[in-house]
Design a protein around this ligand. Sequence first.
Ligand code: ADP
Length: 492
Amino acid sequence: MEIYRSFINGEWIESQSGKTVPNINPAVVNDTVGTVQIASRDEARRAVEAAYNAFREWKRTPAPARGRIIARAARLMEERKEELARAITREEGKTLPESRGELSRAINVVEFCAGESRRLVGETIPSELPANFAYTVKEPHGVVACITPWNFPVAIPAWKIAPALVAGNTVVFKPATLTPMTAVLLTKVFNEAGLPPGVLNLVLGSGSEAGDEILNHPAVKAVSFTGSTETGLKIYAQVAPRGVKVQAEMGGKNPVVVLEDCDMQLAVESTAQGAFGSTGQRCTATSRAIVVDSVADQFVEKIVERAKSFRLGPGDDAETHIGPSVDEGQFKTVLKYIDIGREDGAELLCGGKRAEGDGLENGWFVEPTVFDRVTTDMRIAQEEIFGPVLSVIRVKDFEEAMTIANDSEYGLSSSIFTNDANTIYRFVDEIETGITHVNSPTTGGEAHIPFGGVKNTGLGAREQGSTALDFYTELKVVYVDYTGRKREGNLY
Ligand code: ADP
C-alpha cells in the first residue's frame, strides 16, 4: 500500500509523529488507497524554515526563469493528466470526466501563470520635478502558506502555488488530509519541473496541529486559504496580530433566479448540473433555485424528473453521473441538513436519503435531493450543505427574487434565467456575488478570468486571471533624481 509523506527541503521525509491516517476511496470504503504519515508540529516548522532559507535565491532568480520551471510543470501535468485524474476520482470520488475537467482547468492556470512571469511589469511615472522619474517593481512577500481543501485537490493548489512561485515567493503547501495522493503527485510535478530544494514544501498534517504551527511561524508572511468560512475567518483572526496578508475563498450559497420568460429546459438542465454535478461539492454549486410562482410548478416537476434520472456510482464507472460524498463526515452532514430541512417544514420532493442497491451501500452516496417551498429563513436556505441538495424558493416577482437572492451571508456565484435584456442587466447590477452567470450554471470558470466572492465568501485579492499575482506581490516604488543637485522645491 502506498505511503504518503511530507516533502521538506527537497526530500520526502519519514514523519517522527508516529501518527497515520488511512486514505479511503469514498465510493468503496473497504478500498484503502494508502496511508498518510501525519506531520508533527516540528516537521511543519522545518518546512517553513526550508522555505525561508530558499527564499533569497529564488527571489533573485529572474521571473522568466522561474516561469520556465512553471511552464515545465504544466507540460508534466499534461503528460500525467490521466494518472492525476484517476487519483482525484479514487480519493475524492468525483467522476472521471469531472476529474479530467479539473485537470484541464489546473493545466490552463499553470500555463497562464508561466506566461505571467514575462509580464511581471510595473509602471514608469513622470515626476513633477525636472530630471526625476519614478517607477514601480513587484516583489514577493517571502514564505507563503497555501492551505487547501479536498474538493478540487489539484486545481486549487495549482492556482495558488503557480502564481506564488512565479512572483518569487517560496511555498509551504498544506492540503486537506483527505486528499494526500493528489497533493503528493502535484508536488512531484513541480519538483521534477526543476524547483530548487525548499522552494515548494508539502506538509501532510492536520489543520489544528501542522496548519496551526505553519500559521504561527514568524517567517510566514502571507496565507492563501480555500475552505469553509468558519476556518477561513479563524485563520484570518489568528494571523492578524502579526500583520500577515490573507487571501481566503470560503463558503457559498449560490442562487439561480428563474423567471417566467426563460427557456425552461435550459434553466432546469443548468440548475441540475450546478446542484448535483460534482455531488454538490463545489463552492460554486447551485443550492437555491429562486423561481417565480407562475412557472414554479413546471420547474419543480422537471427538476425532480432530472434529479431522479442521475445514475450514482463509483467515479471510474463510465455509466456514473454522480459520485459519493467525500467521506463519512460529509455524508452525515448532508443527511443532517436533509433532516433539518424536513423539520423546518420544507417539502421533500425526491431523494432525502442514503442511496442503496448496486453496491452503493459500500460508499457514501446520497440521493439527489430537491426541497420545495423552502423559505429564506430556513437553515437549508442559509447554510452551506456541500452535497446534492437543492432548495426551491417560490417568489411572486423579480423584485422579491432579488431580495431573497441577496439574503445570504455568502456571495460567491449566481445565475439568472431570462431572455429579457433589461432584466439581465438589472440582475447583474443588483446581485451581491463576486461571479455571476447569465443563462448558464453557477459553476465553472476560466483560468485567465478572475475568480472569487464578496461578503463572507472572499477576503483579499481575487485568484486567477489578471489579478492572479496581486496577492502574491508587494509594490516597491522607486524615485530617481538625476539632477545631481539638492532637491529644488518640495514634494509633499
Ligand atoms: P473543508 O470542509 O473543505 O475541509 P476546512 O475549512 O475545514 O474545509 O479545511 C480547509 C483546509 O484548512 C484543510 O487543509 C484543513 O486541514 C485546514 N485547516 C482547518 N483548520 C485549520 C486551522 N485551525 N489552522 C490551519 N489550517 C486549518
